[in-house]
Design a binder for this molecule. Structure first.
Ligand code: MN
Length: 343
């Protein structure tokens, strides 16, 4: 197994070399599948579409598959219609190279996507999650990159491929989503360099921001209203949480993507260090999203203990229900970590 740049902080030269190896591998392939994680966000879809476009421009036969498809909130992204769900495929996938983007664990691609393959060829794992175990045959994991979109930009640059408007907008959407519009501490000097190059290439900053952050369906606000009723604060004001029950999801027709970013509402409270969002899924499992304001309360590690993963300040996992019990178990562990590490 070729573990390129696995979870280590790479120098600029290392990155260039590793990216070129990935790029050469893609150039040598004819048929390529591009995947990203289920319940995709702007980075999962944006990075997949940007890479797919680069490969299409090179004359490759590209298939983009996502288990849940493009959420309606991201359909504005250029070329989003090329993302297929497994049931759209006419025949089993048979490719030379499969690229998984922004996907911290192999199973996060989703079983129905993996089942759609007859031959997946060489698996290339391109990601920025520190919890990524390096499940690919080739792995490019840059934990300093705030978004996989930024890595795709680096790859395009390293290979000297032409950045077109489709790539530009999709990369911008990925970086904007994962940096909270360039607010989170993962936003680096280099991120602004990439952003400035995208701006120079003509990205419509206001337009994309409006599509990303000011075009929510009403069901999101109904969900928020219910969540505010459920809101709980503990650990002397340091831990905020809320629970989204199945009954609310069904009553208001809440789509999975409708709740994206809502956790920021409780994370933004001045005293809060950790915010946690519990959501009851259709299969009875509880989806846990956790955000922290300090590495001393490492939610990536806590989610790891519950079988999930992510970053120090943003992570998630799935737990078995019922939701009240899952919340109690998870929040108990958060309290322990906070009381142990923070005065
Ligand atoms: Mn990401």
């Amino acid at each position: 197994m070729n573990r390129i740049g696995l979870k280590k902080v790479m120098s600029g030269i290392d990155k260039q070399q590793s990216l070129r190896k990935v790029g050469e591998m893609l150039l040598a392939a004819d048929k390529i599948a591009v995947l990203s994680h289920m319940r995709p966000d702007g980075d999962a879809i944006g990075s997949a579409l940007a890479l797919a476009r680069a490969l299409l421009n090179l004359g490759k036969e590209v298939t983009v598959v996502n288990q849940d498809g493009v959420p309606s909130s991201l359909k504005f992204l250029p070329q989003s219609s090329m993302v297929m769900i497994p049931s759209d495929l006419n025949s089993p996938l048979c490719v030379d190279v499969t690229v998984a983007l922004d996907t911290a664990a192999e199973e996060r691609v989703g079983k129905s996507v993996w089942d759609a393959f007859e031959e997946r060829g060489t698996l290339v794992n391109i990601d920025h999650h520190i919890s990524n175990p390096g499940y690919g045959d080739v792995n490019y994991i840059d934990v300093e990159a705030p978004a996989t979109g930024e890595i795709v930009f680096d790859l395009i640059e390293a290979m000297g491929w032409k950045l077109d408007e489709v790539m530009r907008d999709n990369i911008w959407a990925g970086i904007s989503t994962d940096t909270g519009s360039f607010r989170f501490p993962n936003t680096t000097e280099y991120t602004f360099e990439v952003a400035s190059q995208l701006a120079r290439a003509g990205v419509d900053v206001g337009g994309i921001s409006q599509s990303l952050y000011e075009s929510y369906p009403l069901s999101r606000i109904y969900a928020l209203r219910e969540l505010l009723q459920e809101f709980e604060i503990g650990s002397e004001g340091r831990v905020a949480s809320w629970k989204l029950k199945r009954s609310v999801i069904e009553e208001f027709g809440v789509e999975p993507s409708d709740t994206e970013g809502l956790i920021d509402v409780i994370r933004s409270i001045d005293s809060v260090i950790v915010a946690v969002f519990f959501e009851e899924l259709e299969d009875g499992k509880i989806r846990v999203s956790a955000r922290s304001k300090t590495p001393e309360a490492d939610v990536g590690a806590i989610c790891g203990e519950f079988g999930g993963g992510g970053h120090q300040l943003a992570a998630g996992t799935r737990m078995s229900g019922p939701i009240e019990e899952a919340a109690l178990r998870f929040l108990k562990r958060v309290d322990e970590v906070i009381n142990g590490n923070i005065n």
